[in-house]
Design a protein around this ligand. Structure first.
Ligand SMILES: [Zn+2]
Length: 312
């Protein structure tokens, strides 16, 4: 093939690559050719599916599912053996885990292991802070959202899990308030991963130090959705805990001040707009863990009454 044909082929390939590239709306000004969330279905057909995430949770339409018992957290309290890999993925800041932390119960049919966690956040323009959680509750958006991605223990990696409905994500809302000292170590490493592709190692920390206390995690929402970035694979089991993580507004700011999509473009508003719920139902856990006992107490007088009426 001559140089002209090569040039044509090259330019065709680079155009094709650009059209495959996905981005958040906040990146459009720097990269007008990229596909923003409204056009992610062009990048991957599944992004236009019927059971996509995130969603808005309408609390008065949520149904209680008595099978949604508290989670069993295994190795969440421990420092992991291997170092953590902290990286800028170009869309978020992510920590790859050594996969020793596990979850079970919580209405899950089997044990899942934690493979990575990452965050979604908002922005700050002219001193106005805009929140950036992906899920919303009755239309309200939280400051940020933490996703801990888990795969069924039987799968070898996330790819295998995604093609077998084997992914469960624990989602935690982040609200501003007091400083959370447990986050300072992680946040201080952001300066080492400002740009897409940057990676660094850090001493591992107990996963439990990043989330609310276990006894505050019995109340949560559950629905079936998808990954919130392309390829938007469906069959993901979502859990969103009611109890938020608290970070100070200064800590939240560190995310968009230290991290960049690419040079000169701060990583901001890296959340997908909410998707339609469609025919799905959102469930919630039993809001009163003591309820089984309370029910017994209520039933006792009825049982005694029946017993009495039979013996009479
Ligand atoms: Zn996420």
């Amino acid at each position: 093939m001559g140089p002209f044909q090569s040039l044509v082929l090259l330019s065709f390939l680079s155009t094709a690559a650009a059209s495959e590239e996905w981005c958040y709306a906040s990146q459009l000004c720097h990269n007008p050719g990229c596909r923003d969330p409204r056009n992610w279905f062009v990048v991957n057909k599944e992004c236009g599916g019927k059971t996509q995430s995130p969603i808005n949770i309408v609390t008065n339409k949520v149904e209680t599912d008595w099978n949604l018992t508290p989670f069993k957290f295994e190795n969440y309290q421990n420092v992991q053996e291997n170092k953590w890999i902290l990286k800028n993925t170009g869309h978020s800041v992510q920590v790859d885990l050594d996969e020793s932390a596990k979850i079970s119960s919580g209405g899950l049919e089997t044990t899942y292991r934690a493979v990575q966690f990452h965050f979604h956040w908002g922005s700050n323009h002219s001193h106005e802070t805009a929140p950036g959680s992906e899920h919303t509750i009755d239309g309200e958006r939280y400051a940020m959202e933490l996703h801990i991605v888990h795969i069924k223990d039987q799968h070898k990696d996330i790819g295998e899990a995604l093609s077998n409905n084997g992914v469960a994500v624990l989602g935690f809302f982040i609200q501003t308030g007091d400083e959370n000292k447990d986050y300072n170590n992680l946040i201080s490493k952001f300066q080492d991963v400002p740009y897409h592709g940057n990676k660094t190692e850090m001493a591992s920390l107990p996963l439990s130090s990043f989330i609310p206390k276990e006894e505050d995690l019995s109340e949560y929402y559950r629905y079936n959705g998808s990954l919130t970035t392309p390829g938007c694979s469906e069959g993901v089991i979502w859990t969103l805990f009611k109890e938020p993580i608290i970070l100070s507004s200064t800590q939240v700011q560190e995310f968009w001040m230290k991290l960049y999509f690419n040079k000169d473009l701060p990583m901001e508003d890296n959340f997908r707009p909410v998707q339609s719920l469609g025919a799905r139902t959102v469930y919630k856990s039993d809001s009163n863990a003591l309820l089984p006992r309370a029910k017994t107490l209520l039933l006792l007088p009825v049982a005694s009454y029946l017993l009495l009426s039979f013996t009479q």
